[in-house]
Ligand binder design. Structure first.
Ligand code: GDD
Ligand code: MG
Length: 364
């Protein structure tokens, strides 16, 4: 089995974090985002994984090499000279993707869910079409590709509308596909969109089906959604009784859904949770309160600080009695001085904040 992950774009919506690290390497639940997908593909039996990128991949190559062995997969970087859209990259990687006649998994890189790829593959093989789109339901379908079903044939897609301006339904494309190798024959070697160009041909041929995703789903490409996605991810771990989670018997855990790396140090009298991720080598002082936040590795939160709905970037320091909230994002190596209040600030790397930030803004 083979899989391709679409990793284009510069991750501008996840700044300031993506000023320091490509988005796929930003840790979600203490692991690089893309590792969640690589692991899912490996678990579904993929041995060849193509990462389709349109920028210099050196940092990613270096960071991901070690996982080839760990997951027993070959990772190939397929680098576009110009952005090829969401279908062009499949043509570019044709050699690897069509080396045998098994189906191909395709994943957008910015979504998080439980990846039921084995069930998806079985569904795909059983319906006899050429491609399957994983579908989920959302309240605001206009930001996504919307799926409309045929009335007579179960799960057959009758219409696919990318970013509809008028309401056509709320079952959307979750950005996860399985395709027969024959689908690559429909794609030309040029910048082209799977949503706008390839899916309509498959719909026309009555070869495109949808599979309803069980469980949660979130596009985590921006800070607000990153935090919502983190809550969903942690709740799913709790539901599974995952040993990854920090035990609720620790006296500082409040409400559960907390994932703390074993190398992090927690002070006395803290109250942490619900919905918190703390990365490796973080130092949390005494009496600290953290909820609904991710603290990335090597950061320090000093005594009595209160951190809520915030992402603290790598190597940052939050001062004593400081208070962060309102989807604040600290870039790498930021210092928030003692007693400072930040509400919805996006703070660029290497900055030091001495004054209160009362309203959401970018701090450069
Ligand atoms: N290699 C490569 N080259 N990847 C690309 C390129 C490109 O030129 N352009 C986009 N991508 C990647 C993005 O990194 C992302 O993983 C995926 O293709 C989809 O692009 P987005 O820009 O994130 O699209 P979207 O979020 O507006 O819409 C897509 O995702 C929705 C689900 O989140 C569509 O597939 C929608 O139909 C879908 O509902
Ligand atoms: Mg997206």
């Amino acid at each position: 089995m083979k899989g391709l992950i679409l990793v284009g774009g510069y991750g501008t919506r996840l700044r300031p974090l993506t000023l320091s690290l490509p988005k796929p390497l930003v840790e979600f639940g203490n692991r690089p985002m893309i590792l969640h997908q690589i692991e899912a593909l490996a678990n579904a039996g993929c041995t060849d994984i193509v990462l389709a990128v349109n920028y210099k991949p050196e940092v990613m190559v270096g960071a991901l090499k070690q996982y080839e062995k760990e997951y027993g997969v070959n990772i190939t970087f397929s680098v576009e000279e110009e952005p090829l859209g969401t279908a062009g990259p499949l043509k570019l990687a044709e050699k690897i993707l069509t080396k045998d006649d098994t189906p191909i998994f395709v994943l957008n890189s910015d979504v998080i869910c439980e990846y039921p790829l084995t069930d998806l593959l079985k569904f795909h093989t059983d319906h006899g079409g050429e491609a399957t789109i994983v579908a989920t339901k959302v309240d605001e379908p206009s930001k996504y590709g919307v799926i409309v079903h045929d009335r007579d044939v179960p799960n057959l897609i009758e219409r696919f509308v990318e970013k509809p301006v008028e309401f056509v339904g709320n079952r959307i494309n979750a950005g996860i596909y399985v395709l027969n190798p024959s689908v690559i024959d429909l794609i030309e070697m040029r910048p082209t969109s799977i949503e706008h160009e390839t899916f309509p041909i498959l719909v026309e041929n009555k070869k495109l089906f949808s599979f309803d995703l069980p469980g949660y789903w979130m596009d985590v490409g921006q800070p607000k959604d990153f935090l919502s996605g983190m809550c969903l991810y942690l709740s799913a771990l709790t539901k599974k009784n995952s040993p990854l989670l920090t035990s609720t018997s620790e006296d500082y855990i409040n409400g559960g859904n907390v994932l703390i790396d074993k190398s992090a140090k927690i002070g006395k009298g803290c109250k942490i949770g619900p919905n918190v991720v703390i990365g490796p080598n973080c130092i949390i002082g005494d009496g600290v309160r953290i909820q609904r936040s991710t603290i990335l590795k090597n950061s320090q939160i000093k005594d009595h600080a209160w951190v809520k709905s915030t992402i603290v970037g790598w190597n940052s320091t939050v001062g004593k009695w400081a208070r962060l909230e309102g989807v604040t994002v600290l870039g790498e190596d930021v210092t928030v001085k003692d007693e400072v209040y930040v509400n919805g600030g996006k703070v660029l790397p290497h900055k030091s904040i001495k004054d209160n930030v009362e309203t959401p803004q970018i701090i450069m």
